[in-house]
Design a protein around this ligand. Sequence first.
Ligand SMILES: *Cc1c(COP(=O)(O)O)cnc(C)c1O
Length: 217
Amino acid sequence: MYEALLESLRSRGVTLVAVSKTHPVEQILEIYRRGQRDFGENRVQELLQKAPHLPADIRWHLIGHLQTNKVRYIAPFIHMIHSVDSLRLLEEIEKQARKANRVIDCLLQFHIAEEETKFGLSETEAETLLQSPQYRAMRHVRICGVMGMATMTDNAQKVRTEFQHLRSLFERLRTTYFAEAPYFREISMGMSSDWEIAVEEGSTMVRIGSLIFGPRC
Ligand SMILES: *Cc1c(COP(=O)(O)O)cnc(C)c1O
């Protein structure tokens, strides 16, 4: 499955983030040996347990909800944080990135699904964040795009509409706030169940777990 998936994503210029949550180090290594370098985890604790046992050239993506008090543990090495959903969190990332002498790539997570349980900003909240003096003074975070999760449903049209919404948010933010920023180019959307629709709707980064690793342990 991995090779076929990779091939169809590669031909469309889409980055595959292999979501390894709940899966052991040995299984991650197996995919690593086939050339995979981008891996995603949704929990800081689990990431901190696994990362030291895995090759240093892995690019780790934090894809799950992030608490401010956990940022300092991942700041020294995290490649990208997909789940920025408040100014407060971004301020903490800035602070810890500065301490680690790094610039950390981040995505703004948007709430595009129907489900209340999912995290993310509204368009207004994102604009408030981007217009704030605190954000404008930041030098150790780089907002590279947006992330979102569609509703868990068999209704493909609904999923498609939600992805279209995220894409249009991305375009609006790019025009208004990132016109001079070529690094603002990522739309992180699509999981095992809906990645094909996401790619059709302009995803540049898919986060896929069970399709690669099998059902979660
Ligand atoms: C678990 C998870 C994924 C991957 O889910 P699969 O259905 O296993 O592909 C993607 N994104 C986030 C935020 C996740 O927590």
